[in-house]
Ligand binder design. Structure first.
Ligand code: AMP
Ligand code: TRP
Length: 356
């Protein structure tokens, strides 16, 4: 079963609540990115100050074609806006325009321990068997992610389940910094601790969407098979074809959730249906349990097209107006810089750097 993980948030007294999250502009934005992350960003705008970043510095930890990178930065921005992120209420920007991220990341490279980074499973997966050939950036990636969050002293970080370990590392870095410099932080009158310990918000029915070709593998932008994922810019026909071709097993759908145990592909498709319809697995099975996959898949196509096609259409419309996207990113970067630079200046004072 995919757990419906809700990580309770206990507000720290010293820090006002603030949300930060990011998505890499590496192309092939898919329904997993949407259901696990972007869709969840939207309602948070009603309760929090939100900062949503296009993390282009993270993207270059593996080589990116410069022309495609530019297109992909626009694509993630368009996905944010098309999904309902309001660039007036929230800050929307790309990471490389705010130099404090890279500066704070360096400082965090000096706080994080090699042993901590050695444990990161994403590095092991992405570097594969050829770790010697992986970039140093890919290895140090989680320290940059901690810098993204802590530059804004963000308290809540909505992400998919695959980012949980990176969030724990960000908390460890914040904690070690607070402890290592506790005297200095007190001396400068910067509160009991300087950084909050950011809380992951890993919520909703689909924190980990699996590949349509293999229910044991995470749906991923980098899977060589385009049939493994539904992309946000897929048109209705493509969505229908991909769902019809999605792997299943020979049995009918079960009537109860327990019947999905060990049936990874069936569980994934039912979970997708539940997440798109904003319902739960039991409700989906009460309608489709006992029936065939072909009936269920036809209904899933209808829901997926109804929910995703308008987002894809709006993304394409926005991407055809790059000037507007540029304006959003410029305005967002200016607003982000004010907050991040202030944090960085405090950090420099805490460390004992001289500022002219
Ligand atoms: P990335 O594409 O790695 O930048 O991921 C952007 C966001 O999407 C992060 O919050 C991820 O945790 C989330 N995400 C990526 N893949 C999936 C997936 N298969 N299921 C759910 N969430 C995902
Ligand atoms: N590492 C995240 C991913 O691959 C993207 C990311 C970078 C991020 N910086 C972040 C997510 C800060 C949340 C907060 O999905």
């Amino acid at each position: 079963m995919v757990p419906d993980t809700v990580v309770p948030f206990v507000p720290p007294t010293q820090f006002s609540p603030r949300v930060f999250s990011g998505v890499q502009p590496t192309g092939n934005l898919h329904i997993g990115n949407y259901l696990g992350a972007i869709k969840r960003f939207v309602p948070l705008q009603d309760s929090f100050e939100c900062i949503y970043c296009v993390v282009d510095l993270h993207a270059i930890t593996v080589w990116q074609n410069p022309n495609e990178l530019k297109h992909n930065i626009h694509e993630v921005t368009a996905a944010y806006l098309a999904s309902g992120i309001d660039p007036k209420r929230s800050i929307v920007f790309n990471q490389s325009q705010v130099s404090a991220h890279a500066e704070l990341a360096w400082i965090f490279n000096c706080v994080a321990r090699l042993g901590w980074l050695n444990r990161m499973t994403q590095f092991k997966e992405k570097a594969g068997k050829t770790q010697e050939n992986a970039s140093v950036g890919l290895y140090a990636y989680p320290a940059l992610m901690a810098a993204d969050i802590l530059a804004y002293r963000a308290t809540h970080v909505p992400v998919g389940e695959d980012q949980k370990q990176h969030l724990e590392l960000a908390r460890d870095i914040a904690q070690k910094f607070n402890t290592d410099f506790a005297d200095r932080i007190a001396e400068l009158d910067l509160g009991d601790s300087f950084f909050p310990l950011p809380d992951p918000l890993i919520q909703g029915p689909a924190p980990r969407v699996m590949s349509l070709r293999d229910g044991s593998k995470k749906m991923s932008k980098s899977d060589i098979s385009d049939y493994s994922r539904v992309n946000l810019t897929d048109d209705a026909d493509t969505i229908a074809t991909k769902i019809r071709k999605a792997k299943t097993d020979p049995d009918n759908l079960p009537s109860e959730a327990a019947g999905l145990n060990g049936r990874l592909e069936a569980l994934n498709l039912v979970t997708l249906f539940a997440a798109l319809e904003e319902t739960n697995i039991d409700a989906v099975l009460s309608t489709f349990g006992g029936g065939t996959f072909s009936v269920f898949k036809a209904a899933l196509v209808d829901v997926a097209v109804a929910k995703l096609a308008p987002i894809g259409t709006e993304m394409n419309r926005l991407m055809a107006a790059p000037d507007y996207i540029q304006d959003v990113l410029r305005d967002g970067s200016m607003r982000a810089r004010v907050i991040a630079d202030e944090t960085l200046n405090h950090v420099k004072d805490i460390l004992g750097f001289v500022r002219g």
